[in-house]
Design a protein around this ligand. Sequence first.
Ligand SMILES: O=C(O)C(=O)C[C@]1(C(=O)O)C=C[C@@H](O)C=C1
Length: 359
Amino acid sequence: MANEEALIEIRKGLDSIDNKLLDLLDERMKLVHKVGKIKAQSGGAIYRPEREKSIIDRLDNINQKNGGLLNRSAIEALFLEIFAISRNLELPENIGYLGPKGSFTHQAAESRFGAMSSYVSISSIKGIFKELESKKIKFGVVPIENSSNGIVNDTINGFTNFNSKIVAEVILNIHHTLATTCDKIEDIKKIYSKDIAFDQCRKFLNNFGLDEVELIPVESTTKAAKLAANEPNSAAICAHVAAKLYNLPILFENIEDKDNNKTRFFILSDFENSSSGNDKTSILVKFPDEQGVLVKFLNDFNNANINLTKIKSHIVEGDSIFFIDFDGHKDDENVKRVLEKHQSSIKVLGSYVKEIKDI
Ligand SMILES: O=C(O)C(=O)C[C@]1(C(=O)O)C=C[C@@H](O)C=C1
């Protein structure tokens, strides 16, 4: 009984705090509305990832100083949702992702744009670049690389053929499940999944004798979940959310071979970010056919004190091009000088806030 009374008292306290939070959120939204009006006049970008990052950094610092109970991830989860609602209040904008619903790219999109945004599932990476160009969507979310399978060629091809800009990166830990209506692993006669997901779970399949059953590659792990939900004696390798979407029971979780299996995604749009002080820039480079040109190029970056964090070669229509990431913003003085010197061979894809995680 004493506990019951204590609970009633505590809940009164919670109710009163929730009322205050609601008032404060309403006050915040009124200010956001004003920001929206100013941006509507000036044509300024609604999504400002560098501003959102600086707000989260500030709150995280205050919270640490105060010894608060929330960790950075909790602060991020709460405020990213608030920012998403704010952006929708300023101007609702469509977000296209490489579908179908429940795909890892959909998860990456939701991690940044929250549950309240308006999403469009698009079936190909090229389709996302096209919809961005025709302004049917304001943002496009595409995978760029996976720690096990490397660079996503369709995304590089998109960058060579279209002019969308990278405005943010998202790095997700990728976990696969084996989901099936079968009670026993021996009853599984076929497994549906995406080809790269089979590659990422080879050891698991070998260890459980599942390399002998029929492995059927399909376009997406979400489609795999849908097929397995409707077919006896079948299973899917898919994301947790995809299994849930089709009410498919999960037999094993985290079946990927490498426990740090990660995918990096880009958020694309039609504007450029200003500097946040902690940025990364991505470029594509096509070198002229001259001896030593790559060495000279790398030396110029080194001499300008620019830290290259990634360099990957890629073949487009028989020509070798390089996808390069480096620390810094394209408008930083040292970066600007090197980019200008090599401008005939470089396409700048965007400068954006560097994620804390790396791949
Ligand atoms: O500061 C802005 O430019 C805003 O639009 C406000 C706000 C916010 O809610 O704080 C919302 C969206 C932007 O991505 C960044 C911040």
